[in-house]
Design a protein around this ligand. Sequence first.
Ligand code: FMN
Length: 319
Amino acid sequence: MQYKNTIQFSKDGQAVFEKVISIWPPIIRERRKEKILLMLSLLMQSRKETRADKALVIEATRLVVPKSYDPLFHMIEDMEAFKRKMLDPFQDIKAYNKIPVQVKRWKRDGGKKSKRAGTLKKVIAFCASPRKNGNTDLLMEEALKGAHDSGAQTEKIMLQKIKIGYCIGCRKCKEPDYNRVCILKDDMSEVYQKIIDADALMIGFPIYTGRECAQLCTFLDRWDGYERYMLKSSLKPGRVAMVIGTWGYPYIDTYDHVIESVVSTLNLHKVETVEALSACGFEGILHGLDENHRGVIAKFPKQLKKAYDAGKALVKHGS
Ligand SMILES: Cc1cc2nc3c(=O)[nH]c(=O)nc-3n(C[C@H](O)[C@H](O)[C@H](O)COP(=O)(O)O)c2cc1C
């Protein structure tokens, strides 16, 4: 393509481009390279730039690859700052105690009121983190307190503590005369009914290996049983949800795309997410815990309050 041969790099721009491209295996390298070059060419045209320098190459690459590549760019941009913020907390308790723990409450613009607005009575929470009193769990507890103080009846289920098998792909649930949700006999039978009976759901999960943890994937795969013959859903619309995602890397937007993906999956099942929280900074020498093995989020009451407020708003949503 034409733009490939016309891009002129500065010396540092060329070096960063080659470094970035070299991290991917050849089977995806060319595809990524094409996209980055196209993005570079568009940026250069719109800004009337004649050379692609380091900053421009980084900007173009960031527009092409998922945000989970943040650590790579932070390393390239300022290795000293990366070391201070990310590596030192793995070696030094003082640096660990300085990790900028942050909670972000997502803004919800517009959208219709849920049919059950103002009348939410039952909130059921599913914590996908295996760590009781970890950061996800503590944020969920706080959100549930908020929901309770707004008048809702609340219940929390730790996915790790119940028996949920993997979906086995038998597709029995798609047969026209099948009248259960799923053929598997495990704790999901009870959970399916609890979801049907709930007005609002809360789903909390940690990021493992750059995506939602396996407990959540296994759980959400099993929701496919609600989808019946000819894509008819047995889960009626009207439920609302809160999604909470937590992670180690101390930047608050790095895994937004994973939160978006969980919100989209719920949307497939006609559950509208009306509240979402991200929380970050849970890595380092004590792996996001304090000296008493509780999530360090407990030391950040102002951040925790955002979960409480969101829990209250979930129940009052639209009223
Ligand atoms: C197996 C595993 C993989 C992880 N991968 C990532 C990761 O890719 N990116 C990240 O920022 N944090 C990662 N973390 C850190 C967790 O997301 C973080 O500690 C999380 O907040 C833990 O939640 P909890 O305190 O509720 O258990 C990982 C943790 C584990 C155990």
